[in-house]
Write a protein that binds this ligand. Structure first.
Ligand SMILES: [Zn+2]
Length: 133
């Protein structure tokens, strides 16, 4: 048994090269942080949202993992819920002019969507990896 840290506890020997690979105990947590769901060490993304073809540390093939539009769908709903209900609350409570709504809420929904997109995609990849094992 190889242990590299608090998130590792076992090894996988299903690599084509038959080398021992450290396996992460929390694949979903590792993927949300942008790390490989199997080893928790290699980077998951190449750029902002592009998934690498394979893990640089353990060699896990990421090309079989397909998230589609799942993360975008959830993030649109989460960001929309937060921004729309915040805008409604501010409108009812303070009655600001419409231009103030536009300069506050439009950048906020765009920023919130961008901030949630990468962890959301990592979450979907981590869940898919965990449930396919
Ligand atoms: Zn890996």
């Amino acid at each position: 048994m190889i242990q590299d840290g608090p998130e590792t506890s076992e090894t996988a020997r299903d690599e084509p090269s038959s080398r021992a690979v450290v396996v992460c105990d929390h694949p979903v947590r590792a993927a949300v942080r942008g790390r490989c769901p199997r080893c928790g060490q290699g980077r998951l993304f190449d750029g902002f949202l592009k998934v690498r073809p394979a893990c640089e540390a353990c060699g896990l093939d990421f090309s079989t993992i397909q998230t589609g539009d799942g993360p975008a769908t959830f993030i649109m709903q989460i960001a929309g819920f937060i921004v729309v209900f915040s805008a409604l609350f501010v409108e009812i409570k303070f009655h600001p002019p419409m231009w103030l709504h536009l300069i506050v809420w439009l950048p906020m929904v765009a920023g919130l969507s961008l901030a949630l997109m990468r962890p959301g995609r990592g979450l979907m990849i981590g869940l898919q990896y965990r449930n396919q094992r």
